[in-house]
Design a protein around this ligand. Structure first.
Ligand code: WQD
Length: 343
């Protein structure tokens, strides 16, 4: 039986994609070095899917070890999530980010070539649009100037894969540009478990809501937006995961090429609107305080979704209330993330 190789499959988006693959009837195998996730995630996936997931504790930069996965499994396609992803951390340790994110991708594609596997989906990001102001960002929008090494690794990997698809016409490459993935699986068994102090809004709102954080710091309320706070296109991680299944189905109809799709809702919410929705979901006001702007933030970012609808048949169905309710369920069931005992 051919399998999908999911690198970084124990991560936030990777684990939710495994559930979506399972529900769509795909067989898959997970590779993860647990540098930014926990082996407990595999136990949770086993519980959700009622199967024993095949998983390997391997760093994708380790070519000899990773080759074993290709030797032991009939891989039909690769979904590559593995990589460091903390924006703030990437500024302080850029060499680690370039080494890890570029090296792991290059190792994966070298082994794909060696084993004549020609379908690859890459976990890219709307961050490649940089700090442009012409929203909504469509796939035809020019790539911008990234504001951090993490963003540049996504930008560089898109370039590497574009050149790869040109050089090898049999390769089928899909670049999925995520907007702001949030939420959690309905079971409350898997969710976002950032290591250390989170960068992102949703984990911080959740921690302010359950008291782990005294109050949410709102980074700026003086932007040129209706309520002064930044606007983002938050997309439920389960919608995002289902977008990967749509991309796999799409690749099955292609004979070579490089394809780019936004995965977003096409709708933006401000920080204050998220706080309001989250307060409704958790049943009490989320304490918050306005602070100075965070360097590198752009006022407005949301997706053009026409191409993903037209070519992938992708639509994000879950709204902001469901994103908040599902995040809150994950947070209350797992106040310490995966360090909590299995439910
Ligand atoms: C959203 C808004 C903050 C935290 C990042 C990455 C991007 C992608 C998604 C992977 C901003 C404000 C945040 C807080 C706040 N990741 N905020 N208080 O910056 O849009 O995108 O995550 O692909 O690559 O750059 O998301 O959640 O960090 O911030 O006020 O404690 O919330 O200023 O306006 P961002 P975010």
């Amino acid at each position: 039986m051919s399998r999908i190789l999911v690198t970084g499959g124990a991560g936030f988006i990777g684990s939710h994609t495994c559930v979506a693959l399972d529900e769509a009837g795909y067989e898959y195998v997970v590779v993860d070095d647990y540098s930014n996730s926990k082996p407990e995630v595999i136990n949770r996936l086993n519980k959700i899917t009622n199967k024993d997931i095949i998983s390997y504790d391997i760093n994708c930069c380790d070519k000899d070890k990773l080759r074993k996965v290709f030797e032991e499994n009939d891989i039909d396609a690769v979904i590559h999530f593995a990589g460091f992803k903390a924006v703030g951390e990437s500024v302080s340790i850029p060499v680690d980010y370039y080494r890890n994110n570029l090296d792991s991708l290059l190792t994966v594609v070298e082994l794909m070539r060696e084993f004549k596997i020609n379908k690859l989906i890459f976990s890219s990001s709307a961050t490649v649009y940089g700090n442009s102001k012409d929203v909504p960002f469509t796939e035809e929008s020019p790539l911008g100037t990234c504001t951090n090494p993490y963003g540049w690794t996504k930008w560089m990997i898109e370039q590497i894969l574009t050149d790869l698809a040109k050089a090898y016409p049999e390769m089928n490459v899909v670049l999925l540009r995520y907007f702001n993935p949030v939420g959690a699986h309905k079971s409350g068994l898997i969710g976002e478990d950032p290591q250390g102090i989170p960068n992102n809004l949703f984990p911080n709102v959740a921690r302010a809501a359950d008291g782990r954080m005294k109050e949410l710091k709102v980074f700026g309320a003086d932007y040129d937006t209706p309520d002064g706070t930044c606007i983002r296109d938050y997309i439920h991680v389960c919608d995002l995961a289902e977008g990967h299944v749509k991309a796999l189905d799409y690749l099955a109809t292609k004979n070579g090429g490089r394809f780019v799709f936004n995965l977003g809702t096409g709708h933006g919410y401000s920080v204050f609107e998220v706080i309001k929705a989250f307060s409704k979901a958790c049943g009490h006001e989320v304490p918050n305080v306005v602070m100075p702007r965070r360097p590198g933030d752009i006022p407005v970012c949301y997706a053009g979704t026409e191409k993903s609808l037209r070519e992938l048949g992708f639509v994000a169905n879950r709204g902001i209330d469901e994103m908040c309710e599902d995040t809150w369920r994950w947070q209350t069931n797992n106040p310490n993330g995966y360090d909590d005992a299995i439910l």
